[in-house]
Design a binder for this molecule. Structure first.
Ligand SMILES: [Zn+2]
Ligand SMILES: [Zn+2]
Ligand SMILES: [Zn+2]
Length: 125
């Protein structure tokens, strides 16, 4: 079967998504995955509020480009909004990252299709 034939429309696709994959579709993701924080949202306000929970950190890593944004001599508020501004300004095209390898795509559907092909065994989580 060709890959092209497996591409389905988004509403149908959403029904096939696992909880983990639905989270992949959100724009803002908490960078503290290593600390078992898997918060994701599409809303700037909610993300801002969430990031305040991590304000003990002096630097945040961009989830899309790995750039480190440091607090330096900014206030916590400024630091967090600088971080969010960076993501908004540089990654508004929504560069989605496969959570199993380094594959990135402009649309999350592409990541999903990529996972169906390259990581079929891990998909059934
Ligand atoms: Zn978090
Ligand atoms: Zn970035
Ligand atoms: Zn992958």
């Amino acid at each position: 079967m060709s890959i092209r034939k497996q591409i389905v429309k988004i509403p149908e696709l959403e029904l096939l998504l696992t909880e983990k994959e639905k989270k992949l579709a959100k724009f803002f993701k908490c960078p503290f995955k290593d600390e078992k924080c898997f918060f994701t949202t599409d809303l700037v306000k909610r993300f801002l509020k969430h990031m305040k929970l991590h304000q003990n950190h002096k630097e945040f890593r961009c989830i899309y480009c790995d750039l480190i944004i440091k607090q330096s001599n900014h206030s916590k508020e400024e630091f967090i909004s600088n971080y969010i501004a960076h993501i908004n300004d540089n990654h508004f095209q929504r560069i989605f990252q496969c959570n199993l390898c380094i594959y990135r795509a402009i649309k999350w559907e592409y990541v999903l299709i990529h996972q169906m092909i390259y990581h079929p065994e891990q998909r059934s989580v």
